[in-house]
Design a binder for this molecule. Structure first.
Ligand SMILES: C=C(O[C@@H]1C=C(C(=O)O)C=C[C@H]1O)C(=O)O
Length: 89
């Protein structure tokens, strides 16, 4: 197996793990949404988002990837809010 094939096997494996973690996270997001609906709270919680980004960046130890990781986290937050907005009833 050459290097390209090896790298793509790793990528496919990581993508599979991300899919499982994505489902796990979104199911927890749904539980948060239920609480928000019951308590008439908005989807957006800016303080929680700032804490989430800060906490994750502070323990991320690869400076060359940090800015990209921050974008990744912000994308997750956007997806999470879109999903919640779609299910807010
Ligand atoms: C899931 C929540 O809703 C939103 C999405 C967040 C997330 O996906 O981490 C965090 C804050 C909120 O803007 C939450 O309030 O915890």
């Amino acid at each position: 197996m050459n290097k390209l094939e090896q790298a793509r096997i790793i990528i496919d494996d990581v993508d599979q793990q991300i899919a499982e973690l994505f489902k796990k996270r979104m199911h927890a997001v749904m539980d948060v949404l239920s609480h928000k609906i019951e308590n008439h709270l908005p989807v957006l919680d800016s303080i929680r988002e700032a804490q989430m980004i800060e906490k994750n960046l502070s323990r991320f130890n690869d400076d060359s990837l940090k800015a990209y990781y921050e974008s990744f986290l912000k994308s997750i937050l956007d997806i999470s809010k879109a999903y919640q907005e779609d299910h807010y009833e």
